[in-house]
Structure formats: structure tokens, C-alpha cells
Design a protein around this ligand. Structure first.
Ligand code: CA
Length: 163
């Protein structure tokens, strides 16, 4: 699974990237809205973690561009890109939450949040967004792997793998 982390705060970004890599995710990290838009336009990700208060990449800082993340999200959805997005924000007004979900976010986490909660939400969003991917049999020659049951069969007979 490949994630894009969009976060301008260096300490938060480093700690999130470290925690996500420990979980086995491949993580790309960008720190401003322009980089996020360019990266999302040219590469595919399984999920995006998107901070809302972002510098725009053209000189305006996160305070001057408090909705930088919204612009990234709207641009993504405007071209029918359904990549799951979890918004990470320091704001917690109910209006912000509604605006984030209406703009096309799949979930919304208010800082400060625990790493465990973030990881659980990532798993939940990935399950909702890609149930078929999780249920699909993987076939290689006569071998079949069922990700749901983790059973491997060859010519319909179960094959023991691992210890
Ligand atoms: Ca920020």
C-alpha cells in the first residue's frame, strides 16, 4: 500500500511517516499544496493523508493559506479521482468537518490524534474503498491465494505455506 502524506509541519510529518512505515506502508511525503497537486496528478496512491492548513508552494504560508488542503482535495475530485482521502486538521468546528466531508474527504481526524486511531481509520477507509481488492483471488499459474482466508490452493487442494 502506498500512501501520500501532505503535511507542512516537519515534526508531525516525520513522526507520522515513521509510524506508517513501521506498519509496512510505503510513504511519500510532500509539504505544500502545489507539490501535493503535482504529485497527485502524476502518480497513483492507495490513500492520501491531507493536512488542511498548508503553504501554497508559491510563497503563501499555512496561516495565509488556511484552506490549501481543501483546494488539493477539490482539484482531485474535480477530475473524478476517487483516491481515498483522510483529512488531518487542527480545526475542530462542526462546520469544518462538514466542509471537509462535502469537499470529498472519506474521513476526518482532528489534531492531536493518536497514531493508533489514525492507523485504524486508514484500515477502515481502505476496507471500505477497496473491498473487491481484499476479496479477489490472486492466481499465479495453478496456485490460488484467497486474501480473505489467507488460504493457498493448487488445483483446488490446500497448500501449506509458512511455518
Ligand atoms: Ca499545517
Amino acid at each position: 500500500m502506498r500512501l501520500l502524506l501532505v503535511e507542512d509541519d516537519r515534526m508531525i510529518g516525520e513522526s507520522l511517516r515513521g509510524a506508517l512505515r513501521l506498519e509496512g506502508y510505503a510513504v511519500d511525503w510532500v509539504r505544500d499544496a502545489a507539490s501535493a497537486r503535482a504529485t497527485l496528478a502524476s502518480e497513483r496512491f492507495d490513500l492520501v493523508l491531507l493536512d488542511l492548513g498548508l503553504p501554497d508552494g508559491a510563497g503563501r504560508d499555512a496561516v495565509a493559506a488556511p484552506d490549501g488542503g481543501f483546494a488539493v482535495l477539490r482539484a482531485l475530485r474535480a477530475r473524478q479521482d476517487a483516491t481515498p482521502v483522510i483529512v488531518l486538521t487542527a480545526r475542530d468546528g462542526p462546520g469544518d468537518k462538514v466542509a471537509g466531508l462535502d469537499a470529498g474527504a472519506d474521513d476526518y481526524l482532528v489534531k492531536p490524534f493518536s497514531t493508533n486511531e489514525l492507523l485504524a481509520r486508514i484500515r477502515a477507509v481502505l476496507r471500505r474503498k477497496a473491498p473487491e481488492a481484499l476479496d479477489t483471488l490472486v492466481e499465479v499459474g495453478s496456485l490460488k491465494l484467497d486474501p480473505a482466508t489467507r488460504r493457498v490452493t493448487r488445483d483446488e487442494r490446500e497448500v501449506r505455506v509458512g511455518p
